[in-house]
Design a protein around this ligand. Structure first.
Ligand code: ATP
Ligand code: MG
Length: 414
């Protein structure tokens, strides 16, 4: 039986779920288009290298969460755990001749082998934007403003908080890293195993740890904000000024570090308290080193990704499908006419439904169940007159209408 269940952490997206998903992705698309972003789709799987190189060998995603497998030639492939690495790979393998800056958005399924919780799945969907080739604060301001705009258009702006931090440039991070490691070395006996493993290779990520023991140590750690060089400070101040000008509210969170290794300067996360433990709905930052790390030309980048399922849980119920007009033939002779009439109505833009079988009573019941606004009844009498009886399903009122005038008459039910 178990093989008839969806694999752990995956879900069927049923029609009513799709309405919510679509509301999220179509709203995001519409807003992204206003900012000049165009859609890109990259493959759902890539060579594992693409993610290893960009996310870092020590990241949670690469060490624990990647769905990787070998193809028939023994090459290591992985289902994409996120979108930025694929976009960067696409940029290097073909897009780069295009004019910079490049404004892109994507949407689609992502895969992470995670522990299951509400709002945390193994196959989930993201909508994301990437702005490549712009190195100044204005680019960060644009993508954050775009994210805030999407959340506002989805009606969830009052349920989220924008948390903002800076990771500084490479020089600032280097000097901070030395300080941080010096501090953490004093607490080796208190740190979790995961954090100990990161102490040499990726100490900044320890700040991101959710382990209680780690948190206590981190509370006393030196702050990156106190180790920024002047250029990094100026960058961060400009981002904040721009957000204020754009009317985007934020809170500084000095311990916000992104889980991914290629970020610099701006890091941000829109979080909510309405989803329980899974609070991040839209998160991103600047990743100037990424494309070069992957072997491409030095190209700055900034962007974010939003969790479609998490946002879908937060929005108000979108409207259901359009109410159909139900075409109801009575008697065998009327069936062909009903079929061709239904098709004509659909071609004219109506949502039209033709039941598959049954007598008048059964079909009217079916029409009601389908939420039909009107039923178009065609029996022998009507056939002879070239007319139909239109029944208003709300009032029960019936009107005889010539077939030639039918579309006009039905216009009110659209
Ligand atoms: P988290 O802290 O929740 O693990 P993350 O830092 O791993 O998030 P990102 O890699 O920044 O998340 O992904 C961007 C967004 O994608 C998240 O803010 C979240 O809304 C969504 N997301 C991430 N992982 C999952 C998942 N397993 N299931 C559902 N949504 C997810
Ligand atoms: Mg995660």
């Amino acid at each position: 039986m178990s093989d008839l269940q969806p694999p752990r952490g995956t879900h069927d997206i049923l029609p009513e779920d799709h309405r919510r998903h679509r509301q999220v992705t179509e709203t995001a698309r519409g807003i992204a288009a206003r900012y000049g972003y165009e859609e890109i789709s990259t493959p759902v799987f890539e060579f594992s290298e693409v993610f290893k190189r960009t996310l870092g060998e020590t990241s949670d995603i690469v060490t624990k969460e990647m769905f990787s497998f070998e193809d028939k030639k023994g090459r290591s492939l992985a289902l994409r755990p996120e979108g930025t690495a694929g976009v960067a790979r696409a940029f290097i393998s073909g897009l780069r001749s295009e004019q910079l800056p490049l404004k892109l958005f994507y949407q689609g399924p992502m895969f992470r082998y995670e522990r299951m919780q509400k709002g945390r799945q193994r196959q989930f969907h993201q909508f994301g934007v990437e702005l490549l080739g712009a190195d100044g604060p204005l680019a960060d301001i644009e993508v954050i403003t775009l994210g805030a705009h999407v959340l506002d258009a989805l009606g969830v702006a009052d349920k989220v908080t924008l948390e903002l931090n800076t990771l500084g440039d490479a020089e600032s991070r280097q000097s901070y890293r030395t300080k941080l490691v010096g501090y953490l070395e004093g607490f080796k006996d208190k740190l979790s195993e995961d954090s100990l493993a990161r102490l040499d290779r990726n100490p900044l990520r320890i700040l991101d740890s959710k382990d209680q023991g780690d948190r206590a140590v981190i509370a006393g750690a030196p702050l990156l904000a106190d180790h920024l060089n002047d250029a990094s400070k100026a960058f961060f101040e400009d981002v904040q000024k721009g957000l204020k000008t754009a009317g985007v509210e934020y809170e500084i969170n000095p311990t916000l570090v992104r889980g991914l290794d290629y970020y610099c300067h701006t890091a941000f996360e829109f979080t909510t308290e309405t989803l329980g433990a899974q609070g991040a709905v839209l998160a991103g930052g600047r990743y100037d080193g990424l494309i070069e790390t992957m072997g491409g030309p030095p190209t700055p980048g900034t962007g974010w990704a939003a969790g479609v399922e998490r946002l879908a849980l937060m929005i108000t119920e979108p409207p259901g499908p359009a109410r159909p007009v139900a075409v109801v033939p009575v008697g065998e002779a009327a069936e062909a006419e009903a079929l061709s009439l239904t098709q004509k109505l659909r071609q004219a833009g109506f949502t039209a439904d033709l039941g598959f079988s049954g007598n008048l009573k059964k079909r009217l019941k079916g029409a009601n169940k389908a939420g039909a606004a009107a039923a178009v009844i065609i029996g022998e009498d009507e056939l002879a007159k070239g007319a139909a009886t239109v029944r208003d399903m709300e009032t029960g009122e019936q009107t005889e209408v010539k077939l030639s005038a039918l579309e006009d008459h039905l216009a009110r039910y659209r």
